[in-house]
Design a binder for this molecule. Sequence first.
Ligand code: NAD
Length: 497
Amino acid sequence: MKNGRQGSTLRFNENDLVRERYDHLIGGQWTAPANGRYFDGINPSTGVKLGTFARGCDEDVDRAVRSAEIGFKKWFERDAHRRGQILYRAAQLMRDHKDRLSYLESLDTGKPLSVSARDVEICARYFEYYAGAADKLFGEVIPAPGKHLVYTLREPYGVVGHIIPWNGPISQAGRGVAPSLAAGNAVVVKPAEQTCITALEIALLCIEAGLPPDAFNVVTGTGEEAGRALVNHHGVRKLSFTGSVEVGKLVMKGAADRIVPVSLELGGKSPFVVFEDADVEGAAQQAGRTVVANTGQICSAGTRHIVQRSVAKRFTDRLVEYMGKVTLGPALDDPQVGPLVNEEQLRRVLNYVEIGKREGARCILGGTRPQDPKLKNGYFVLPTVFVDVQNHMTIAREEIFGPVASVIVFDTEDEAVSIANDTDYGLAGAVWSKDASRAHRVAGKIQAGQIYINCYQAVQVEAPFGGYKQSGVGREKGIEALHHYTQLKTVMLPTVG
Ligand code: NAD
C-alpha cells in the first residue's frame, strides 16, 4: 500500500517551485552573500542538483544579527496578544501553503510527500500552540519576609540564534522559532546546508503574517562558516542548537566563551524494551515503524530493541516481516520510505552494517542498497535488521541515523533496565508491557527525557522533549520550551514608607 494520501496526487513543476538561486533572507530582503560564494543543493531521490544557495560568512551573519537587533525592538514592543495573533496567522498561512511546502520539503530532504505534509502540519501546530501561549507568559508574586512586594517577570533574551539539522528542517525550525518569537525574541536561523529551503519559506510566511521583517532572518551556509559565526556573534544572546553531539560540544564551548545560555537537542540511541507480557506483535510493528520512519534519520528513533528471551523470536519475525515489506521510492512518489539525505549518509549507514557484521552481529534483513535500477541514483538503503547484538557492539552504541534495527535479548527486568541505561545517550525510550505497575516502574528507571509506554512518540508539540546525559541540555516543545527562551527578572520593593 502506498503511504498515502494528501500529497500523492500533487503535481508542481519543480522549475517553477524551486528558485534557481537562494540568497540569505535578511530583514525581509533577499541578500546576496558578501563574499559572492554559493553552493549546490542536491535532490536526494535523484542525485540531481536542486538549486544554488548562498554560502554565508561572518559578514552575512553580522548583517543578520544587526537586523534581528532592530527586529527585536519592533517585535517586543507589540502587545503579547498582538504577537500571538501574528503567529497564529503564520500558522494559517503555512496550512494554506501546505501542498507547496510539502513538495519543497520532499525535494530537498527525500522525505515521502505525506511525511513532509505531516511535518508542515507539525510546524503550523508549533506556531498555533505558541501563539496561544504568547499572552500567558507571566511571572509570579513571591511571599517575602518583612513588608516587601517581590515579583518576577519573564523577559526575552533579544536575538536568538537557531541552528537546525537536515532531518526535520521545517518541523525543527518551527519547534525552535515559534516559542522563541512567542516569548518576544527576534531570530537568526541557520538551516543545515543540505536542506535550506523551507526555513526560508516559513520566514517569508511569518513576514506576510505581520512579523516585522527584521525579526526573522535566515542565513544559509555551512556549519563551519555560517554556523560558527552565529555561535560566536556577540549580538546573539541565546543559542538553540539541534544536531550531533560532536557539534553540540563545539556550540556549548562557543557559548561558554560569551556566557550565553544554550539549548542543545542532540543525538540518541534509544532503548525499546519489550517484556514477554506485552502485545508482542503490536510492539514489533511499532518498532519497525519507528526504525524506518524518515529512513531512520530521527534522533529519538528506538533502535535498540531490548526483548525478553521467551518472545524474542516472535518479535523478530514480526519485525522482519514488517520492515521487509515497506515500499522504497523517490520522495515525490510518496513511498513509505525515501532515500537517505546524501551520499555521505549512505556511506555512513553501509559502513555501520559492515562494522556490525565484523563484530559478530547477524544481519537477517537488508544491509545493502536496493537492486531496483530506478533507485540507483538516489541514496537508498534497504531496511535492515541485526540479531545477536550485544550492547557493547558499535551498532548498539553509536547513532547510525539509518533504518537499522538491533535486537538485544534479556532475561530479567533488572537486566533490561541495565542494558537500556548502558549508553551515553538519554533522549527517549519505550517500555512495552501489559503490566501497568511494571511499565511505570521501568519508565521511572530509564534515564531519558521522554518515555513511551505501549506506543512511540505519540504526542509531538505539547509534550516537553529533550535529553538526559549526552542527548542534550534544556527542553523544547510544550510550555517548558517557553521558559528556555526567556530570562527571569526579580523585582522587589518595600510596601511601607
Ligand atoms: P550536525 O551536528 O552535523 O549539524 C547540525 C547543524 O549544525 C547544521 O546546521 C550544521 O551546519 C551546523 N554546524 C555544523 N558544524 C558547526 C559548527 N562548527 N558550528 C556551528 N554550527 C555547526 O548534525 P546533522 O548531521 O545535521 O544532524 C544529525 C544529528 O542531529 C543527529 O545526531 C541527530 O540525532 C541530531 N538531531 C537531534 C534532534 C533532537 O531533537 N534531539 C533532532 C534532530 C536531529
